[in-house]
Design a protein around this ligand. Structure first.
Ligand SMILES: C[S@@+](CC[C@H](N)C(=O)[O-])C[C@H]1O[C@@H](n2cnc3c(N)ncnc32)[C@H](O)[C@@H]1O
Length: 255
């Protein structure tokens, strides 16, 4: 279970045969649901400022027309995410995607996502608040909420401190194995320790930043209910799910 799945890096790396992937950002989830249907992108994709703003305008037109669940919206979202500034996924108060052009030297666009289809068809995708994810007692949960930093506008709303607390408390109530990662700020470490998580630290490359600063940040990996083998109770069918490797490179939409 990934209640904050973003770019699904962990699920793609582990490739479990079954998974429930949730994100509050409906565009990320729409993209994945089209990957499961074998998305192929035929529209022009170039690292070009004029084309970027034309595609951004078309994407926002689709959102206004209620066509955010179409294959075209999924393809545009992929292009905008790859081409926009620093891989950001940001919307203004009226729900329009407003990330500026990214100025990358070179971008390799992928057109054929068929290699992902088989794996993604086995997974369930949901878009909503993390607390709406139905957890069974022995589900393995990997949770990667927005970093505890002032700049946390992944979707339309900010992930406030109260939400960090709500997420940590929700995960602490789960009787099954949980791994939780976050920026190792003092208050986050205090909160997770208070709730009974075991804490480990590591230097992680900053993945998203409004300034483009990617200097290493201290990250905390907090865990609960991990068994001696590090994977909790062996009873869960989801945990025992056969591991299959995806054919293709990692994705990074919205993450
Ligand atoms: C740090 S990112 C996850 C990155 C992910 N691990 C990856 O591999 O790219 C956090 C994600 O949480 C999502 N998010 C923010 N608030 C949420 C909420 N209340 N419920 C569910 N997802 C939320 C954001 O849209 C964002 O994709």
């Amino acid at each position: 279970m990934e209640p904050f799945c973003g770019g699904v890096a962990v699920s793609l790396a582990l490739a479990p045969a079954k998974a429930v992937l949730n994100d509050r950002n409906p565009h990320v989830i729409n993209f994945y649901s089209w990957l499961a249907r074998g998305l192929e992108i035929t529209m022009p994709m170039e690292n070009d400022e004029q084309q970027f703003y034309a595609h951004r305008a078309r994407f926002n037109d689709l959102l206004r027309a209620g066509q955010h669940q179409t294959a075209e919206a999924a393809a545009l979202f992929y292009y905008l995410n790859r081409t926009g500034f620093n891989g950001l996924c940001r919307f203004n108060r009226t729900g329009e995607f407003n990330v500026p052009f990214g100025r990358y030297a070179r971008i390799n666009y992928r057109r054929d996502f068929l290699p992902y289809a088989k794996l993604f068809q086995r997974w369930e995708f949901r878009s909503g608040d993390f607390e709406t994810v139905p957890l069974e007692p022995d589900d393995f949960v990997y949770a990667d909420p927005p970093y505890d930093v002032p700049f946390t506008q992944y979707a339309a709303e900010v992930f406030r401190w109260e939400e960090q607390e709500r997420a940590a408390e929700w995960l602490a109530r789960h009787p099954g194995p949980v791994v939780l990662s976050n920026q190792a700020t003092e208050r986050i470490c205090r909160l997770y320790a208070k709730l009974g998580f075991d804490l480990n630290y590591r230097d992680a490359p900053r993945r998203i930043s409004c300034t483009g600063d990617r200097t290493p940040a201290k990250e905390v990996i907090a865990s609960r209910n991990l068994g001696a083998g590090g994977c909790g109770s062996p009873k869960s069918t989801r945990q025992r799910a056969k591991v299959v490797r995806p054919a293709g490179p990692a994705l990074n939409p919205g993450g």
